[in-house]
Design a protein around this ligand. Structure first.
Ligand SMILES: [Zn+2]
Length: 356
């Protein structure tokens, strides 16, 4: 239900019921331009004060027209308005909504109401020097495709203010808040800076991405150069799967001395590099890499027929390697203090060790 009319036209000016005398002496008329009937100010003691149509039926558009008129009047008086933020969905780089410009208050030098601009007539025109901002106040009629086209063709930034919720009745102060200070009920129909801002954003993103790629390329080059230098000096690069731990070649060598010699233990004893990982797949198959050479510890039954003694030997070797591996797992801090520590490559992921 439309609330009672509390605004009317008096000498073509919008007035509040509180500003006029009671009865017909208020000399007020319906704000609906299609009606314009004489109104009577009902300021009794029982009902809330309001205007009623005198001699004619209450018209449907009166309240909406009053709201529309009042909104325009408020903007014209204030000459300033909070404009909403402008967003853009970046599907190219971020897959996210990007804020192009923040909500802010703009202050106009002058404000014109209902003045034809080319082929359409915005409700409000705010003038900022040579620039303009159009404002459409929507209560029940929102900007349609045809109007949007005209607005876009005009090249003038335009916002639409949705006042539909005020049709349930309102206090003037809440209308001022919605029009001037808040941006929640406003949206851009067209913004002349949008394309420029989007292009600038995309350009910046592209440059950032290129710089990032350049940066990582440089880092990778530096790393490769460090690795190359280290290898040239005969140093060893200790790479582990575990970020914080290093498989110490010195410890591997020392620990391997305790065990009975076999092909694998012999190589470790000589100081050949083993990364400490015992690989494996289905069944009993287990293997290690020493340098680039692959050594089977538990060959799968499919490939080898092991005697009971051989199988026992293999199990023992596996146990020995596990013990060596757990001993050789040390932390960066320990490695740093070692006489063979040379340097870090790629933070702490790779360590150059002088042990041979
Ligand atoms: Zn009317």
């Amino acid at each position: 239900m439309i609330p009672k009319l509390t605004f009317a036209l008096h000498k073509k000016q919008l007035v509040n019921i509180d500003q006029v005398v009671s009865g017909l002496d208020c000399n007020c008329f319906c704000p609906n331009p299609n009606c314009n009937s004489k109104l009577i100010a009902r300021k009794g003691n029982i009902k809330k004060h309001h205007f009623a149509h005198y001699e004619t039926d209450e018209c449907v558009g009166a309240f909406e027209s009053a709201l529309h008129l009042l909104a325009k009047e408020i903007i014209q008086t204030e000459k300033r308005i909070a404009i909403p933020e402008m967003e853009f969905y970046d599907s190219e780089y971020e897959n996210a909504t990007i804020l192009l410009s923040e909500k802010k208050e703009v202050k106009a030098q002058s404000v014109d109401l209902e003045i034809l601009q080319g082929d359409f007539q915005p409700d409000v025109v705010m003038n900022f020097g040579s620039k303009q901002l159009f404002i459409e106040i929507a209560v029940t009629h929102f900007v349609d495709d045809e109007k949007r086209k005209k607005i876009t063709n005009s090249g003038i930034s335009t916002i639409e203010i949705d006042l539909s919720s005020f049709m349930a009745g309102f206090e003037k102060q809440s209308l001022v808040e919605a029009l001037i200070y808040s941006a929640d009920n406003k949206k851009w129909i067209y913004n002349s800076k949008q394309n420029l801002l989007i292009n600038n954003y995309l350009k910046t993103k592209k440059r950032e991405l290129e710089e990032e790629e350049e940066y990582y390329k440089k880092i990778e080059e530096e790393k490769n150069s460090k690795r190359k230098k280290a290898r040239l000096k005969g140093y060893r690069i200790i790479k582990t799967n575990d970020y914080y731990q290093i498989h110490c070649p010195k410890t591997v060598k020392e620990a391997s001395n305790k065990f009975k010699s076999n092909a694998i233990i012999e190589r470790l004893r000589k100081g050949d590099y083993w990364n400490g990982v015992i690989y494996g797949h289905i069944g009993n198959s287990r293997y290690v890499y020493i340098g680039k050479d692959k050594y089977e510890i538990f060959p799968s039954d499919k490939d080898f027929k092991l005697t009971e003694i051989e199988a026992k030997e293999r199990r023992r070797l596996y146990g020995q390697l596990m013990r060596i591996s757990s001993k050789a797992n040390i932390e960066c801090e320990t490695c740093e203090k070692c006489e063979y520590f040379h340097e870090y490559i790629d933070h702490k992921e790779e360590i150059v060790c002088k042990f041979k």
